[in-house]
Ligand binder design. Sequence first.
Ligand SMILES: [Mn+2]
Length: 331
Amino acid sequence: MSVNILHHGMCFDGAASAALFSAFYRRYAGDPVFRYIAKDHRPGDPFDPSDFDADEVVGLDFRYSQDARLTWFFDHHRSAFQLEGDREHFNADRSGRKFHDAAAKSCAGYIARIVRDRFGADLQAHAELIRWAELIDSAAFPGPEMPVRLAEPALQLMAFVEANTDPGLIEPFIHDLLSAPMAAHAGAAYVQRVLLPHLEQHREDIVAIRERSTVDDRGVLSFALLDLPGRARNKFIPYFHHPHVRYVVGLARAPGGRLKITAGYNPWLPKAAREHDLAAALEPFGGGGHPFVAGCSFGPAEEAAALRAQRLIVARLGGPPTEQRHGRHGA
Ligand SMILES: [Mn+2]
């Protein structure tokens, strides 16, 4: 029996979901041969024909496919059904093997609950993995120290998944998530080889963001890193330096060189105290996202336009809410 496991790539919950489904499926169907395929979001159909070349094809923590060869599906993203007919196709499924719940904190935790309730499979041997996937994927950290210091083995494993670009390491990593204690796994040579250079860059980012951050008297933190290399940076660093700010508006180069503004509401403040819808606040600059975190981007050479947009966003978030909220009554 060949089983292709299409899971969200570069994501701890995606890897944990692949591991937990494998543990379940082994009990369910004997001795399968798993092939783990990490998927990336892209416009249109994100799947390749070879993804479906197996006896069973499993989609985890990633978008739905109407392909008839998809035999299992678990996801919790609101964006699971993007192509025309996806939602209707999913709703019409009667296999009892396709599941979606946008309220689930993590796909890994969701899989564990479903296979317990529907298939009588107890994955409690992996309770530690499930607990960390829930905490990491819902970003329910007790404070900014945990996701910035990366001291716990589980967070080092998270950092490995987000930094690793070698597809050959995906299968051993998923295997070890099930069989090795987390501290031993985080200390494994292949994990450390990816992790150490990543942690070095992370330390540079912590210093740079500390040096560049300014906080205005309205509690809006801003920084610009236009002269530093394009890469993904840990979004909790500003709160680590300034835990009490209300909003963060960062400007930095993304991988590939484009300039990216990311605006966030402090995740450790009460949700109800947020005055601004950040997706709406960034819409005039061609951006979008969610009420709590949103982004917009500019060409690699559009530094003046990006800095000007950043100033306007900082000023706006320091003032009273002016965003047009679609569908709001009486305002
Ligand atoms: Mn997830």
